[in-house]
Design a protein around this ligand. Sequence first.
Ligand SMILES: NC(=O)c1ccc[n+]([C@@H]2O[C@H](COP(=O)([O-])OP(=O)(O)OC[C@H]3O[C@@H](n4cnc5c(N)ncnc54)[C@H](O)[C@@H]3O)[C@@H](O)[C@H]2O)c1
Length: 251
Amino acid sequence: MAIVTGGAQGLGLEYADRLLRAGARVAVVDVAHEAAVVAAAELGRRCGEDRVLAHTCDVSDETAVAAMVQLVTDSWSGPLILVNNAGGALLPSAPVESFSRAEWDRVLAVNLSGVWLCAKAVVPSMRADGYGKIVNITSTMVSKGWPVGLAPYIAAKAGVVGLTRALAKELGPDGIRVNAIAPGYVPVVTKKAVHKPDAAAALRERIAGEQCLPRTQVPADLAGSIEFLSSADSDFVTGQVLNVDGGWTFG
Ligand SMILES: NC(=O)c1ccc[n+]([C@@H]2O[C@H](COP(=O)([O-])OP(=O)(O)OC[C@H]3O[C@@H](n4cnc5c(N)ncnc54)[C@H](O)[C@@H]3O)[C@@H](O)[C@H]2O)c1
C-alpha cells in the first residue's frame, strides 16, 4: 500500500497511476479536496475502486497527517510505501529580501516539515513491519542554486536531501529505506504562476539545452524511478538522491 502526498495533480498523479499499475493500493492524499476525489475516481475506474482512496490532508498539519496515516493503515495491510511529493515553490519568483517571514515559513512548512511529519507518522507502522519505503522529492535546483528568485523553495528542498540521509541512517536498522529523487524542470498544467509565461518558456528552453538529453522533461520520465525506489528491486539502496533530469546535473 502506498501513500502519495500531493497525488491529486501534476507529478503526484503520475506517481499514483504508476504505483497502481505496479500492483499497489494507493491513497491519493492532497490538500485540494475536489482534485483528490476526481483523481481517485478516475484511477479507481481504471485500476479498481477498492485499490484507491482519496484523502484530504495538509501535510504541514501534524494532527491531520497522523489521522491520514491511521486511516490508510486501518484500511489496508501489507508493506507501506510513502511518496512524499506534496509541495512546490508555492510563491511567485521574487528577490530574496522581498519574502515575508510568513511566506518563508509556509514554503518550509509544506516542502520540508511536511516531509518530516509524514515520515514521522508512518515510521511506527514500518518499524512494526521491519520494512518500509520512503521516497522524498527534492529538486535539481538544489545542485544549481538556481533559478534566482526561489530561495525559500531551494532551501526547503536542500533540507529534504539532509532529512533523507538522516532518516536513512537512523531507520536503516529497522528495514526502512529512505531515498529521494530530484526532478529537473517539468512543466505541469497545474503549476502555479511561479514564473511569468515568457520567463517560464525561456527557462524551459535554457534547461533543455543544458541537459545531456536536450528535450523538455515530462512527468512520465519520473514514474519509473518512483516505482523502482518503492519496490523490492531497490532494497539495498538507501540514503540516495537520484537525479532524474536528462543529465542536467552530474555528481
Ligand atoms: N514540476 C517540476 O518541475 C518539479 C521539479 C522538481 C521538483 N518538483 C517537486 O515535485 C512535487 C510535485 O510538483 P508538481 O510540479 O507536480 O506540482 P503541482 O502543483 O502540480 O502538484 C503539487 C500537488 O501538491 C498538492 N499540495 C500542495 N500543498 C500541499 C499541502 N500542504 N498538503 C497536501 N498537498 C499539497 C497540490 O494541491 C498539488 O496537487 C513538488 O514537491 C515539487 O516541488 C517539481
